[in-house]
Write a protein that binds this ligand. Structure first.
Ligand code: 4AD
Ligand code: MG
Length: 477
């Protein structure tokens, strides 16, 4: 069963009449003679040439788009245009038929919305197979980056009792029947009868647990699914997404920014090297897509955009500097922002982030030292008592790609912040204990993995870079 060569391997070999077997799915069958065969190992199809006299009518009829076939034959140099070699079929076995009357993929362009509804077929298209191969290479590059630098991969719980971000955007986990919820004397849900005998939810971030590991193993990272029940129906948000969260001991905010910048440059470089054909394909796709747009609305050519990330240092500015730039900017003065920039302390909206990244600096921007009131409880309070040692990395076309901070390692300050922000301190003694016993300066960040894939593929909707997207109103497949 396993005797086959992946098409990516075949296309690298020298065709000299050797007998090979290829297995894959028919993309097209042209003139009853040329099969474009793809097995997902590479974006390029293998051309299979059919000798009509050697194959039965029955087999010929069953070579239809989507059919799974096994081809054995001679690999020879191709004289035709568009390919260097072709497989002349001696034998074709139909492993799985595909009824051309009902097969939803036709040899024309399908809209991304259409394909999203046909999740099982998305993988069969050039665009999505390219995206998911790139996604794989990026994931591998992340593991390689951290492994090569002495970080340990740490798995943090998916079911947890805490809200790491303190934002209350959590999905509950329970085995209690919603039709018959046990209540206590106060009329509240009696979680002592639930599976874990306490209230639990799906994790929004593995950071707090990663901090425990980092303050013993020094350098760790997580790479796992996280869940947010925020009702954000945007092209940048998912309810289930994958996050990469390194945590480093004896480190400050500058170390944190350096790590994030190095990591992004490394993984993008890795993708350019190992997924070049797929990135080239998506770059052309984007170019075609935008042909009809006016010049000023077109995005930067994908390859140039990615190369510029590797070649340039990211801009680093404080929130206060960003605020001043925005307040004095043309769009603000002309009333073009939906959210006018007036008062220090306001949260930056995506229109502001895009102005800074796409108009002002034209490269990734790291904004640091945000007002404490718009950031999470665990971020280290700066000496001004007003801002925290936070950093967000913003990139063109996406906005926030990374969010991180130096952590508050001083027990008393952390305790006060948690009280101020109504974070329950009793239940979080396990976290506070890292500050009681051998506390140390430490820092970390979270990279939204799908946002990275979005950036590298040049796609515009985050739902198209995760195999099975979950968003408000949709949990298909
Ligand atoms: O900025 P966030 O909320 O930070 C944290 O969760 C920290 N605990 C990270 C840390 O310091 N260890 O999320 C981090 C990143 C964001 O910058 C964004 O890229 C991504 O996660 N993200 C989302 N991606 C897709 N869909 C959503 N709903 C997302 N929310 C955040
Ligand atoms: Mg954030």
């Amino acid at each position: 069963m396993n005797k086959k060569t992946r098409i990516s391997q075949l296309l690298k070999s020298t065709p000299a009449g050797q007998i090979v077997t290829a297995k894959g799915w028919v993309r097209t069958f042209r003139n009853n003679q040329f099969i474009a065969l793809n097995d997902g190992s590479i974006i390029t199809n293998l051309q299979v040439v059919v000798d009509r006299d050697r194959l039965s009518e029955d087999i010929l009829k069953r070579i239809t788009p989507g059919a799974a076939i096994i081809v054995t034959g001679k690999l020879i140099e191709s004289l035709g245009h568009g390919q260097t070699m072709e497989l002349v079929a001696d034998e074709i076995i139909i492993a799985g038929d595909s009824d051309p009357e009902t097969y939803p993929l036709q040899p024309k362009r399908h809209s991304l919305e259409f394909l999203r509804k046909n999740g099982h077929l998305r993988f069969r298209t050039q665009t999505f197979s390219a995206i998911f191969r790139i996604r794989h290479h990026l994931a591998y590059a992340i593991h390689k980056f951290f492994n090569d630098r002495g970080f340990y991969y740490m798995n943090t719980p998916i079911i947890t009792g805490s809200d790491a971000e303190g934002a209350g955007e959590m999905f509950s986990v329970t085995t209690l029947s919603l039709n018959d919820v046990p209540k206590n004397e106060d009329g509240l849900v009696d979680y002592s009868q639930d599976f874990f005998e306490k209230e639990t939810n799906l994790t929004v971030s593995g950071q707090l647990e990663a901090e425990l590991a980092a303050t013993a193993l020094s350098n760790v990272y997580t790479f796992g699914p996280t869940f947010r029940a925020e009702n954000s129906n945007t092209t940048r948000h998912l309810a289930e997404f994958w996050m990469v969260e390194p945590e480093i001991a004896f480190a400050d905010l500058n170390d944190d920014m350096d790590l994030a910048e190095n990591m992004l440059q490394y993984v993008i470089g890795y993708a350019l090297e190992h997924a070049r054909l797929d990135i080239d394909f998506l770059a052309k796709r984007l170019e075609n897509e935008e042909k009809n747009k006016p010049q000023n609305e077109r995005s930067f050519p994908l390859l140039e955009k990615l190369q510029s990330i590797i070649d340039n240092k990211f801009e680093r500015i404080t929130y206060t500097q960003a605020f001043d730039i925005l307040r004095n900017s043309k769009p603000n003065k002309k009333g073009k922002f939906k959210y006018p920039v007036k008062e220090w302390g306001m949260d930056l909206q995506s229109e502001h982030e895009r102005y800074l990244v796409e108009k002002k600096f034209k490269k990734p921007v790291i904004i640091t030292d945000y007002p404490k009131d718009i950031k999470a409880f665990y971020m280290r309070l700066n000496e001004d008592n007003n801002t925290v040692a936070a950093m967000d990395i913003l990139v063109p076309g996406i906005g926030e790609l990374v969010g991180g901070s130096q952590r508050e390692e001083r027990l008393d300050v952390l305790h006060n912040r948690m009280k101020e922000m109504n974070i329950p301190t009793e239940e979080m003694q396990w976290y506070l204990d890292t500050r009681v016993y051998g506390t140390c300066p430490h820092a970390g960040f979270g990279l939204g993995f799908e946002r990275l894939v979005l950036f590298v593929t040049g796609m515009t909707n985050i739902r198209d870079v995760i195999p099975f997207p979950r968003f408000p109103g949709s949990a298909e497949f």
